[in-house]
Design a protein around this ligand. Structure first.
Ligand SMILES: Cc1cc2nc3c(=O)[nH]c(=O)nc-3n(C[C@H](O)[C@H](O)[C@H](O)COP(=O)(O)OP(=O)(O)OC[C@H]3O[C@@H](n4cnc5c(N)ncnc54)[C@H](O)[C@@H]3O)c2cc1C
Length: 369
């Protein structure tokens, strides 16, 4: 039974991928590798189909929408014990009004209505090279008389303004945290789904890319879509060999490195003993008070591994779809507050949970949602 539930089938001609309920995003990416297609899902390989059924934000969101918008069909077991195959539109299969409504509900609230045994996603064409550029800024504690806070706030303000001005084929994400000495750090990653399209000068400036360097492989990295590196706060430059479109990340191993890789998708116990507690919210804008709250919180986080990840949404992700019940559409950024710690005591957990909850609450108060 397991192979069926974890199987991923690529239907290249139909530009669709069928994903068993037991499969994870890494298996979807592996199955699609080399086909020139990508599913509009998240980027972390251990996450499961729950992502596709309740939103689903990834690098294709600004051009192709959320995962729920890409659900073409689903195989489900409903509470009455019946197995149903739901597919709307061009397949020629006409659905009952009830099944039509069920498919609408699955696109955002599936866990409330059915057990999904298989989901079929429409894929996007990603056969052209894409481009990823990364940069990191660290702010010394004595930098501006305010622990680096003012300089970091200025940079974050520039980042938020630059993000708002990007076309849908480009996006910019950020991680804000601290290094092991306690200095504030901001890592940025800009991705262009069209490698021929240069980033605006203000984005290149944020990433520390000078005009003359922008064409160099060390800075503006052409790569295959599924080779875009994960953003971490390690300040690592990205190098690539454009000839074979592969990528390698040259890590300096400073801090916060691979914090995302340490997070477990199941529960808060990471594989290497790192514990996590995460809060996420969509916001319509990154207001100055929200950016200040993020920096204040990062400066006072209970561990130096704690960080805040801001993922760029907007574009097609903001467009309400009549056939999807996923409601929040005024979403320009996803702000993910990530508390990470290793001390197994309940006091350490309580401090980290309180930190994440407090920042999330503060963001709710100062960001339009
Ligand atoms: C490391 C990490 C990275 C992440 N990155 C992203 C990202 O890039 N983009 C993004 O949008 N989100 C991201 N998330 C959030 C993620 O989308 C949610 O945590 C999601 O709920 C995970 O789904 P799951 O199947 O892995 O987890 P589970 O805990 O198994 O499921 C989560 C929910 O989905 C329901 N569900 C799962 N499978 C089914 C099914 N077959 N039928 C019906 N209901 C089902 C469960 O009942 C539960 O309510 C990330 C989370 C983690 C931990």
């Amino acid at each position: 039974m397991r192979p069926y539930f974890s199987a991923v089938e690529v239907h290249a001609a139909a530009r669709e991928v069928g994903v068993g309920a037991g499969a994870r995003l890494g298996e979807v990416a592996t199955a699609l590798r080399g086909t020139g297609l990508a599913a509009p899902v998240g980027v972390h390989p251990t996450v499961g189909v729950g992502l596709m059924l309740q939103g689903g934000l990834g690098r294709l969101a600004r051009t192709h929408g959320l995962s729920v918008d890409a659900i073409a069909a689903a195989e489900v077991v409903t509470p009455d014990g019946n197995l149903r195959y739901l597919r709307a539109g061009s397949s020629g299969i006409s659905m009952s009004a009830e099944d039509d409504e069920l498919l609408w509900a699955l696109r955002g609230a599936a866990p409330n209505f059915a057990v999904v045994t298989r989901v079929v996603l429409r894929c996007a064409d990603v056969s052209r090279p894409v481009c990823a550029v990364r940069g990191a800024h660290f702010f010394a504690k004595d930098e501006d008389g305010a622990g680096g806070h003012n300089s970091a706030l200025t940079l974050l303000g520039s980042y938020a303004a630059a993000a708002d001005a990007l076309p849908a084929v480009q996006s910019i994400d950020a991680i804000i945290g601290r290094d092991s000495r306690g200095a504030l750090g901001i890592a940025l990653q800009a991705v262009s789904l069209n490698a021929d399209l240069r980033f605006p000068p203000e984005v290149e400036a944020l990433l520390g890319v000078s005009a003359s360097m922008a064409a160099a492989a060390e800075c503006a990295v052409k790569c295959a879509y599924d080779d875009i590196p994960h953003l971490t706060l390690d300040g690592a430059p990205v190098v690539s060999d454009e000839r074979d479109l592969t990528i390698e990340a040259k890590g300096t191993g400073a801090v916060g490195s691979a914090c995302m890789a340490r997070r477990s998708s199941k529960g808060d116990q990471g594989a290497d003993g790192v514990l996590s507690y995460v809060r996420q919210r969509f916001v319509a804008a990154l207001t100055p008070s929200a950016l200040a709250a993020i920096l204040d919180a990062c400066g006072a986080a209970p561990t130096t591994m704690c960080c805040v990840m801001v993922n760029h949404c907007g574009g097609a992700a903001r467009e309400a779809q009549a056939d999807a019940c996923f409601a929040p559409r005024d979403l320009e950024h996803s702000v993910v507050v990530i508390a990470l710690w290793t001390d197994p005591s309940s006091a350490a957990r309580a401090a980290c949970v309180a930190w994440a909850e407090a920042l999330d609450t503060a963001l709710g108060a100062c960001c339009p949602a």
